[in-house]
Design a protein around this ligand. Structure first.
Ligand code: TXA
Ligand code: MG
Length: 342
């Protein structure tokens, strides 16, 4: 299959390219498109055969549920039941935006393979003109996971999607780099209080400012979150083994010297102000404390490591404030829980 990459930046091109995407989706195909978090790989959420193509293209385990994307808030009532006043407040405040809400699903509406093995459905309204344009043109919901091969970092540029899925999908809508850079927060509204299953673009602090305290299954990064099925799989992994390391220039420099003495080449992912510290490759992802910048740039940096000959990757830890919780969650997953010890 030939994979076409078409721009959706230029308004004159938009119409034709949208129409092409809508056409493919209506006929049961899959299309990659930008959202404010990462690129998604969409299929009609009501079409089981179309949804099956997502799992095939991604190589995704079929027991991991997909998020349903909607183009207007009211559509949530078509697919979910038991929507609380708290949930309505969250939708009012944060939709469109990087917050996925998990509800009891309405029976018989969404294709069964969107939510394999669970009685719930995760729904979000993305905050990106291309995603919203597509959803509104379709008038139907899209099931869409991140548009990467399973296990790889989520794509934040069309080129990342092309690298992973070339030949496996017909169309990629190129809307440039995504803004948030990490995926949506997954908040389970079926527990009391609600539970954060995956930290993401909408921070715990933001959610709690609207509905008060929530549970977090992901407070200690690297820990398994059993009720979000996706959390048990290898995730966000670059090719070389990755270790998280403390923010300590002397310790990092010493670690790199030791690794060099062992004949290993080292890639370093860290904040702008630390500098290269003797590493063979250095990918700066934003000033320390600017957790939004780090979220935006993290996956791109992980993917750049795959273009080097590094034997090992060191990634400098960030603080847990705001979206820092999501950055550390992804880093600890990419590291499979490993901290570098000198
Ligand atoms: O920002 C995002 O959320 C992106 C963009 C494309 O919207 N999508 C995304 O989808 O990250 P995906 O499939 O890569 O991750 C969805 C996560 C998985 O960890 C999955 O297990 C969890 O959400 N999830 C989905 N539906 C769920 C449900 N009903 N109950 C529990 N966890 C659910
Ligand atoms: Mg994903």
């Amino acid at each position: 299959m030939e994979t076409k990459v078409v721009s959706v930046d230029n308004f004159m091109d938009n119409k034709r390219n949208y129409e092409q995407a809508v056409d493919i989706l209506k006929n049961g195909g899959v299309v990659a498109f930008p959202t404010e978090t990462v690129y998604g790989l969409g299929a009609l959420a009501t079409d089981e055969l179309a949804v099956q193509k997502i799992f095939e293209a991604k190589g995704r385990p079929s027991d991991n549920p997909l998020i349903v994307h909607i183009g207007n808030k009211e559509q949530v009532f078509n697919y979910a039941t038991g929507i609380s006043a708290e949930a309505e407040k969250l939708m009012e405040t944060f939709w469109p935006g990087p917050l996925t809400l998990v509800f009891h699903k309405k029976v018989g509406v969404i294709a069964l393979n969107v939510t394999p093995g669970v009685e719930t459905v995760g729904i979000r309204m993305p905050d990106h003109p291309v995603a919203l344009g597509l959803l509104r043109a379709l008038g139907e919901p899209l099931a869409a996971p991140s548009a990467n091969r399973s296990g790889k970092p989520s794509p934040t540029e069309a080129g990342h999607v092309h690298k992973d899925l070339d030949g496996l999908i017909p169309l990629i809508l190129d809307g440039g780099q995504t803004g948030v850079g990490v995926e949506s927060t997954v908040l389970d509204m079926t527990t009391v209080p609600p539970t954060i299953l995956r930290p993401g673009g909408t921070t715990q602090e933001m959610i709690e400012s609207i509905i008060g305290p929530v549970n977090s299954e992901t407070k200690s990064p690297g820990e398994q979150a059993p009720r979000s099925p996706g959390m048990k799989y290898l995730h966000y992994a670059p090719e070389a083994p990755l270790y998280v390391i403390n923010y300590d220039a002397d310790k990092i420099r010493a670690a790199i010297e030791k690794l060099h003495a062992e004949g290993k080449k080292v890639a370093l992912i860290g904040p702008d102000e630390l500098g290269i510290l003797g590493a063979d490759w250095y990918f700066a992802i934003g000033l320390a404390g600017n957790n939004e910048a780090m979220a935006t740039n993290l996956y791109g940096a992980l993917r750049k490591c795959d273009l080097t000959e590094a034997d090992l990757i060191l990634a400098v830890e960030t603080d847990m404030a705001g979206v820092g919780a999501a950055v550390m969650n992804r880093l600890m997953k990419a590291a499979e829980g490993k901290h570098y010890m000198n």
